[in-house]
Write a protein that binds this ligand. Structure first.
Ligand code: MLT
Length: 263
């Protein structure tokens, strides 16, 4: 288990936001500001990222997103949160939401899957992750990821019209610790297909996707929404894979209206 650093603010029912790869909890700044008045918003840094350490033993252990799901269960215990939480995750955070549903579903009040997908990696995608893992560890730096990842993490509108967002994301990617990047890439490569699990979702569910998302395009979001009984799908215009950062007002409107209906 890893002890997680987190941002926590507000009071009320718990809402957990799980960040994308290779970012950290700071990606949720706009959501924390918008929702902290009415929810107890908890944004952990997943192991290895932000202020959370990658436990030594895990650097060589077989990485699995199940460990990230269990980290969250332990964090909730440590915060004495026994009531079910609203759990939202973007991209890798969404993969962890699905792992958490598999392992701890009794702790979930509602779930939000943003810019993520339920399918497993193809052999080619898994091989690409292994290449990245080996490269960043050997270079002891994530700098090379900036050119490789930024064009797919951000939509074309953001890349051409939102220089501050572009700069912020590049800085986050560059500062990601190489060991954490490698661990997370291997964990994502090992993740299973989650469609059968989504068919068992019996809590309110929301799927959000940026229309310009090139990593988990709208077709993946539609497939997840179709798999979850009663799920709602919201598409965010002029946003790519990091819709919560690229179009925070639209993202917050979609999330806020879903949350309002839970109350
Ligand atoms: C993420 O944003 O978390 C990653 O792009 C997910 C992935 O690589 O599949």
């Amino acid at each position: 288990m890893a002890q997680l650093h987190l941002i926590e603010t507000g009071s009320g029912a718990p809402l957990v936001l799980l960040h994308a790869f290779p970012l950290n909890s700071s990606m949720w700044a706009a959501q924390v500001e918008a929702l902290g008045d009415s929810w107890r918003v908890i944004c952990p840094d997943q192991r290895g990222f932000g202020g959370s350490l990658l436990p030594d033993a895990d650097v060589d252990a077989a990485p699995s997103l199940d460990a990230l799901a269990d980290d969250l269960a332990e964090l909730l215990d440590a915060r004495r949160i026994s009531e079910p939480v609203v759990l939202a995750g973007l991209s890798m955070g969404g993969y962890v939401v699905m792992a958490f549903w598999r392992r701890h579903r009794e702790r979930v009040r509602a779930l939000v899957l943003a810019d993520t997908k339920a399918s497993a990696d193809s052999p080619e995608a898994a091989a690409g992750r292994e290449r990245i893992a080996a490269e960043v560890v050997s270079a002891a730096s994530s700098a090379q990821l900036v050119d490789e990842l930024t064009p797919t993490l951000l939509g074309s509108t953001t890349r051409s019209e939102r220089p501050l967002v572009l700069g912020r994301v590049k800085a986050l990617v560059e500062s990601a610790p190489p060991d954490a990047v490698a661990w997370a890439q291997r964990a994502m490569a090992a993740r299973p297909d989650s469609f059968a699990d989504l068919r068992t979702v019996d809590v309110p569910a929301l799927v959000i996707v940026g229309v310009e998302d090139a990593i988990s395009p709208p077709a993946d979001a539609r497939a997840m929404a179709d798999a979850m009984p009663g799920a709602r799908l919201v598409q965010i215009p002029a946003a790519g894979h990091l819709s919560a950062i690229e179009a925070p007002d639209d993202f917050n409107a979609a999330l806020g209206s879903f949350l309002d209906q839970l109350r």
